[in-house]
Design a binder for this molecule. Structure first.
Ligand SMILES: O=C(O)CCC(=O)C(=O)O
Length: 249
Protein backbone atom coordinates (compact mmCIF):
# COMPACT_ATOMS: atom_id res chain seq x y z
CA UNK A 1 0.00 0.00 0.00
CA UNK A 2 1.26 3.54 -0.74
CA UNK A 3 2.08 6.22 1.79
CA UNK A 4 -1.07 8.14 0.85
CA UNK A 5 -3.37 5.19 1.60
CA UNK A 6 -1.65 4.50 4.96
CA UNK A 7 -1.97 8.13 5.94
CA UNK A 8 -5.60 8.23 4.93
CA UNK A 9 -6.41 5.07 6.92
CA UNK A 10 -4.26 5.52 10.06
CA UNK A 11 -3.61 9.25 10.09
CA UNK A 12 0.14 8.63 9.98
CA UNK A 13 2.85 6.80 8.11
CA UNK A 14 6.44 5.95 9.05
CA UNK A 15 9.01 6.53 6.31
CA UNK A 16 12.32 4.73 6.33
CA UNK A 17 15.44 4.77 4.21
CA UNK A 18 15.17 8.47 3.36
CA UNK A 19 18.59 9.53 4.64
CA UNK A 20 22.08 8.29 3.92
CA UNK A 21 24.14 7.51 7.03
CA UNK A 22 26.35 10.55 6.44
CA UNK A 23 23.31 12.84 6.08
CA UNK A 24 21.88 11.62 9.36
CA UNK A 25 25.24 11.94 11.14
CA UNK A 26 25.64 15.53 9.89
CA UNK A 27 22.07 16.41 10.92
CA UNK A 28 22.61 15.00 14.41
CA UNK A 29 25.88 16.84 14.88
CA UNK A 30 24.33 20.10 13.74
CA UNK A 31 21.35 19.56 16.05
CA UNK A 32 23.73 19.11 18.96
CA UNK A 33 25.37 22.44 18.15
CA UNK A 34 22.01 24.21 18.02
CA UNK A 35 20.85 22.62 21.28
CA UNK A 36 24.07 23.43 23.10
CA UNK A 37 23.37 25.80 25.98
CA UNK A 38 19.58 25.80 25.44
CA UNK A 39 17.55 25.55 28.64
CA UNK A 40 14.42 23.60 29.36
CA UNK A 41 11.06 25.00 28.31
CA UNK A 42 9.14 27.02 30.85
CA UNK A 43 5.71 25.42 30.50
CA UNK A 44 4.09 22.01 30.90
CA UNK A 45 2.99 21.62 27.28
CA UNK A 46 6.42 22.22 25.75
CA UNK A 47 7.93 20.22 28.61
CA UNK A 48 9.93 21.36 31.61
CA UNK A 49 12.55 18.70 30.83
CA UNK A 50 12.48 19.41 27.08
CA UNK A 51 14.76 21.77 25.16
CA UNK A 52 13.36 23.40 22.04
CA UNK A 53 15.12 25.44 19.37
CA UNK A 54 13.02 27.64 17.08
CA UNK A 55 13.89 30.18 14.34
CA UNK A 56 15.85 27.58 12.40
CA UNK A 57 15.52 28.81 8.83
CA UNK A 58 18.68 30.92 8.76
CA UNK A 59 20.81 28.21 10.37
CA UNK A 60 19.53 24.92 9.04
CA UNK A 61 22.85 23.62 7.71
CA UNK A 62 22.57 19.84 7.24
CA UNK A 63 18.98 19.87 8.53
CA UNK A 64 17.86 21.52 5.28
CA UNK A 65 17.72 18.27 3.24
CA UNK A 66 15.31 16.85 5.82
CA UNK A 67 12.93 19.79 5.49
CA UNK A 68 13.09 19.67 1.70
CA UNK A 69 13.10 15.91 1.32
CA UNK A 70 11.30 15.10 -1.96
CA UNK A 71 9.39 12.12 -0.53
CA UNK A 72 7.98 14.22 2.33
CA UNK A 73 7.29 17.11 -0.05
CA UNK A 74 5.35 14.79 -2.38
CA UNK A 75 3.18 13.43 0.44
CA UNK A 76 2.47 16.89 1.82
CA UNK A 77 1.61 18.17 -1.67
CA UNK A 78 -0.78 15.28 -2.23
CA UNK A 79 -2.49 15.96 1.11
CA UNK A 80 -2.75 19.75 1.26
CA UNK A 81 -1.81 20.94 -2.23
CA UNK A 82 1.29 22.35 -3.95
CA UNK A 83 1.16 25.74 -2.23
CA UNK A 84 1.70 25.35 1.50
CA UNK A 85 3.87 26.85 4.21
CA UNK A 86 5.74 25.82 7.31
CA UNK A 87 3.75 26.00 10.54
CA UNK A 88 5.56 25.25 13.79
CA UNK A 89 9.17 24.29 13.09
CA UNK A 90 11.58 23.33 15.85
CA UNK A 91 14.21 21.00 17.18
CA UNK A 92 13.08 19.15 20.25
CA UNK A 93 15.28 17.37 22.78
CA UNK A 94 13.21 15.39 25.25
CA UNK A 95 15.54 14.83 28.19
CA UNK A 96 15.43 11.96 30.72
CA UNK A 97 12.66 12.39 33.25
CA UNK A 98 10.35 14.32 30.93
CA UNK A 99 6.79 13.04 31.45
CA UNK A 100 4.36 12.43 28.60
CA UNK A 101 2.97 15.50 26.90
CA UNK A 102 -0.70 16.40 26.91
CA UNK A 103 -2.32 14.71 23.87
CA UNK A 104 -3.39 17.15 21.19
CA UNK A 105 -3.83 17.48 17.44
CA UNK A 106 -1.75 20.17 15.77
CA UNK A 107 -4.57 21.68 13.69
CA UNK A 108 -6.45 22.30 16.96
CA UNK A 109 -5.00 25.85 16.90
CA UNK A 110 -7.45 26.66 14.09
CA UNK A 111 -11.21 27.11 14.60
CA UNK A 112 -11.96 24.85 11.64
CA UNK A 113 -14.33 21.89 11.32
CA UNK A 114 -12.51 18.65 12.18
CA UNK A 115 -12.94 17.34 8.66
CA UNK A 116 -10.68 20.04 7.13
CA UNK A 117 -7.16 18.71 6.49
CA UNK A 118 -5.29 21.92 7.29
CA UNK A 119 -1.88 20.42 8.06
CA UNK A 120 0.39 17.52 7.22
CA UNK A 121 3.34 17.31 9.57
CA UNK A 122 6.60 15.46 10.02
CA UNK A 123 8.68 14.35 12.98
CA UNK A 124 12.19 13.32 11.98
CA UNK A 125 13.77 10.99 14.55
CA UNK A 126 17.34 12.15 15.20
CA UNK A 127 17.73 9.40 17.80
CA UNK A 128 16.12 5.98 17.90
CA UNK A 129 12.56 6.41 19.17
CA UNK A 130 11.77 3.69 21.73
CA UNK A 131 8.84 2.99 24.01
CA UNK A 132 11.11 4.02 26.91
CA UNK A 133 12.72 7.21 25.67
CA UNK A 134 9.67 9.27 24.81
CA UNK A 135 8.79 8.07 21.30
CA UNK A 136 5.85 10.05 19.98
CA UNK A 137 2.52 8.52 21.06
CA UNK A 138 -0.22 8.41 18.42
CA UNK A 139 -3.88 7.37 18.46
CA UNK A 140 -4.22 5.50 15.13
CA UNK A 141 -7.28 6.54 13.16
CA UNK A 142 -7.98 9.50 15.44
CA UNK A 143 -7.71 11.97 12.53
CA UNK A 144 -11.26 10.85 11.69
CA UNK A 145 -12.66 11.20 15.19
CA UNK A 146 -15.39 13.78 15.86
CA UNK A 147 -14.46 16.95 17.71
CA UNK A 148 -15.66 15.80 21.12
CA UNK A 149 -13.64 12.57 21.23
CA UNK A 150 -10.31 12.62 23.07
CA UNK A 151 -7.93 9.64 23.32
CA UNK A 152 -7.94 7.41 26.38
CA UNK A 153 -4.48 6.42 27.67
CA UNK A 154 -4.73 2.92 26.16
CA UNK A 155 -5.52 4.33 22.72
CA UNK A 156 -2.08 5.96 22.44
CA UNK A 157 0.74 3.81 21.03
CA UNK A 158 4.43 4.69 20.76
CA UNK A 159 5.90 5.21 17.32
CA UNK A 160 9.00 3.07 17.68
CA UNK A 161 11.44 3.88 14.87
CA UNK A 162 15.19 4.12 14.32
CA UNK A 163 17.00 7.42 13.93
CA UNK A 164 16.63 8.76 10.40
CA UNK A 165 13.03 7.58 10.02
CA UNK A 166 10.26 10.14 9.67
CA UNK A 167 6.75 10.09 11.06
CA UNK A 168 4.40 11.91 8.67
CA UNK A 169 0.97 12.56 10.13
CA UNK A 170 -2.25 14.43 9.66
CA UNK A 171 -2.72 17.67 11.59
CA UNK A 172 -5.95 16.04 12.85
CA UNK A 173 -4.18 13.07 14.48
CA UNK A 174 -4.17 12.97 18.27
CA UNK A 175 -0.60 12.50 19.51
CA UNK A 176 1.89 13.54 22.20
CA UNK A 177 5.57 13.25 23.05
CA UNK A 178 5.99 10.19 25.28
CA UNK A 179 7.48 9.83 28.74
CA UNK A 180 11.28 9.60 28.63
CA UNK A 181 12.10 6.94 31.24
CA UNK A 182 15.53 6.27 29.75
CA UNK A 183 18.87 7.84 30.57
CA UNK A 184 19.37 9.43 27.15
CA UNK A 185 17.90 12.41 25.33
CA UNK A 186 15.43 11.83 22.47
CA UNK A 187 15.96 14.40 19.72
CA UNK A 188 13.63 15.22 16.83
CA UNK A 189 13.18 17.79 14.09
CA UNK A 190 9.49 18.68 13.98
CA UNK A 191 7.92 20.53 11.07
CA UNK A 192 4.30 21.35 10.34
CA UNK A 193 3.03 22.16 6.83
CA UNK A 194 -0.07 24.30 6.71
CA UNK A 195 -2.57 25.46 4.09
CA UNK A 196 -1.37 28.74 2.58
CA UNK A 197 -4.35 30.83 3.68
CA UNK A 198 -3.93 30.10 7.38
CA UNK A 199 -1.72 32.01 9.78
CA UNK A 200 1.23 29.69 10.61
CA UNK A 201 1.89 28.87 14.27
CA UNK A 202 5.44 30.25 13.93
CA UNK A 203 6.10 33.65 12.33
CA UNK A 204 8.94 32.67 10.02
CA UNK A 205 9.07 36.04 8.30
CA UNK A 206 9.82 37.90 11.54
CA UNK A 207 12.07 35.14 12.89
CA UNK A 208 14.20 35.06 9.75
CA UNK A 209 14.10 38.75 8.85
CA UNK A 210 14.23 40.34 5.40
CA UNK A 211 18.00 39.92 4.99
CA UNK A 212 17.85 36.34 6.26
CA UNK A 213 15.09 35.52 3.77
CA UNK A 214 17.26 36.83 0.94
CA UNK A 215 20.06 34.43 1.87
CA UNK A 216 18.05 31.19 2.02
CA UNK A 217 17.06 29.27 -1.11
CA UNK A 218 13.81 30.04 -3.01
CA UNK A 219 12.16 26.75 -2.01
CA UNK A 220 12.72 27.39 1.69
CA UNK A 221 11.62 30.98 1.22
CA UNK A 222 8.34 29.87 -0.31
CA UNK A 223 7.79 27.51 2.62
CA UNK A 224 8.59 30.35 5.00
CA UNK A 225 5.56 32.15 3.55
CA UNK A 226 7.17 34.34 0.89
CA UNK A 227 4.69 33.23 -1.74
CA UNK A 228 1.33 34.09 -3.12
CA UNK A 229 -1.36 31.84 -1.67
CA UNK A 230 -3.72 32.77 -4.50
CA UNK A 231 -3.96 35.62 -6.97
CA UNK A 232 -4.83 38.23 -4.31
CA UNK A 233 -3.47 36.66 -1.13
CA UNK A 234 0.04 37.29 0.11
CA UNK A 235 0.97 40.54 -1.64
CA UNK A 236 3.56 43.07 -0.41
CA UNK A 237 2.73 46.59 -1.52
CA UNK A 238 0.70 45.12 -4.37
CA UNK A 239 3.51 42.85 -5.58
CA UNK A 240 4.38 39.17 -5.47
CA UNK A 241 6.49 38.90 -2.27
CA UNK A 242 9.27 36.92 -3.99
CA UNK A 243 9.72 39.73 -6.53
CA UNK A 244 9.44 42.41 -3.85
CA UNK A 245 12.17 40.67 -1.85
CA UNK A 246 14.60 39.72 -4.57
CA UNK A 247 14.29 42.66 -6.98
CA UNK A 248 14.49 45.30 -4.28
CA UNK A 249 17.90 46.68 -3.27
O1 LIG B 1 8.04 15.40 20.39
C1 LIG B 1 7.07 14.74 19.99
O2 LIG B 1 7.11 13.53 19.86
C2 LIG B 1 5.77 15.45 19.68
C3 LIG B 1 5.76 16.89 20.12
C4 LIG B 1 4.50 17.59 19.79
O3 LIG B 1 3.57 17.04 19.28
C5 LIG B 1 4.36 19.01 20.10
O4 LIG B 1 5.15 19.56 20.87
O5 LIG B 1 3.40 19.64 19.59
Amino acid sequence: MGHGEDLERDGFVILDGLLAAAELAAAREHADGLLDGVGWSDNDFDGRRTRRVYSLLGRLGPLEPLLLHPVVRAIVTERIGPVHQFGMLFLSAVDPGQGAQQPHFDAGVYPLPRKVEAETNVIWALDDFTADNGATLVAPGSHRWPAARHPAADELVPVVMPAGHALVYSGRLWHAAGHNRSRATRRALICEHVLPWLRPADNHILATGVEGLRTIGPQLRRLAGVAMASEYLGLVAGRDPELWLTERP
